[in-house]
Design a protein around this ligand. Structure first.
Ligand code: FA5
Length: 350
């Protein structure tokens, strides 16, 4: 009988060497340790033995059974480890110093609408300007006819630096620099000032579905001889129909901004609720999108332009709200959420 256990152990060891995966291992386990397995069958042969032989043989079969069991457990661990190593070898290796893999990214919806607007205005001869996010009190307020203690400042509380500079609360903060940059060409070459300047704005305000503390606007100005409200309305209409590629219901109503006279609020019918009223439009059915107006003479003067000779219009488009309406984003806060799952949906619309 001793030879039988030795032979079985030998056969098992050889069979185990050929095992390369879990399935094969399970087959061997059943073949040796299963109910009708070779080791189990060996046990049944004990009934033909004398009590002394039974004792010796029983011990030998038990030892064999434990050895087979241990060897199978060990092999299982080895196979598991190999599977993990294989899995790891298939994982991409991240090297943070490498440039980003561009085909995995997507444009943010605000970038997409910004580019669309830029395209529309570029095609109408406007220059595209970039301006600092940190500006002076003069640029953000004083040069825009908003002196210290003017109540209009309350609407645009922002974040201040220790040195008195501030995070710009509106893109109008770049108007003064733009007029100064282009005024010589206006005077000497008769070139009208046509410029748009998109940018990030900051306000210290409570957030809700249509208000963020960080959002984008796109300012636009046009200054020349005889610029009138008709020019303003034409450019606003063209921009909206090009961006939405369909007729949008708009309304123009009087609005007060110290840097324009007259001033208007341009609202669009809320595209989220179809004008019924919802949290995205503060339940009014309309969304304030693009305040605008004729540039105030004091603002032109501060930019070095004679208001007796030149007139102009300015507008401050809410780019973040435009992205909401264009892409049906109900809550403005989703746009700053950093959630790739929702923001990456707009990739194809480049
Ligand atoms: C202004 O910021 C003026 N500078 C706009 C202007 C420019 C008027 C030139 C006249 C001439 P207002 O605070 O209303 O205005 O903001 C303009 C637009 O920015 C709003 O209609 C809205 O679309 C967007 N906006 C303003 N505040 C927020 C906010 N907290 N979150 C998201 N969008 C905002």
């Amino acid at each position: 009988m001793a030879e039988k256990t030795t032979a079985l152990k030998q056969a098992f060891s050889e069979a185990l060497l050929t095992v390369t995966n879990m399935e094969e291992l399970e087959k061997i386990r059943v073949e040796y340790l299963g109910k009708k397995g070779l080791v189990t069958e060996l046990m049944q042969e004990m009934k033909y033995l004398s009590p002394e032989e039974k004792k010796v043989f029983g011990q030998a079969v038990n030892v064999l059974k434990n050895e087979v069991n241990d060897a199978i457990t060990q092999k299982r661990e080895e196979l598991k480890q190999k599977e993990i190593e294989l899995e790891n070898s298939r994982m991409p290796v991240f090297d943070l110093s490498m440039p980003p893999v561009l085909d995995r990214g997507s444009y943010h919806p605000i970038t997409l609408v910004q580019r669309q607007c830029e395209e529309v205005f570029r095609s109408m001869g406007f220059a595209i300007e970039d301006y600092s996010e940190i500006v002076t009190d003069y640029e953000c307020f004083e040069a825009l006819n908003i002196p210290k203690n003017h109540p209009a400042r309350d609407m645009q509380d922002t974040y201040y630096l220790d040195n008195g500079q501030l995070l710009k609360s509106h893109t109008s903060a770049a108007q003064n620099a733009i007029y100064k940059k282009y005024k010589d060409a206006l005077y000497n070459e008769g070139k009208p000032i046509n410029a748009i300047f998109p940018g990030r704005c900051f306000r210290n305000e409570a957030t809700d579905a249509c208000h963020e503390n960080t959002f984008f606007q796109m300012e636009g100005v046009m200054v020349d001889k005889n610029i009138s409200i008709s020019n303003l309305i034409f450019f606003m209409k063209t921009m909206l129909s090009e961006v939405f590629q369909k007729d949008i219901k708009v309304r123009l109503r009087p609005g007060f901004f110290p840097f324009v006279e007259p001033g208007f609020e341009l609202d669009i019918s809320c595209l989220i609720c179809g004008g019924e009223g919802c949290p995205s439009c503060k339940h009014s059915g309309w969304l304030e999108l693009c305040p605008c107006g004729m540039i105030h003479p004091e603002v032109l003067k501060a930019g070095g332009i004679d208001p007796e000779e030149y007139t102009g219009f300015a507008f401050g488009l809410g780019l973040t709200r435009l992205a909401m309406m264009k892409y049906g984003v109900k809550d403005i806060r989703d746009l700053n959420s950093g959630s790739l799952k929702s923001l990456a949906q707009f990739t194809d619309d480049k």
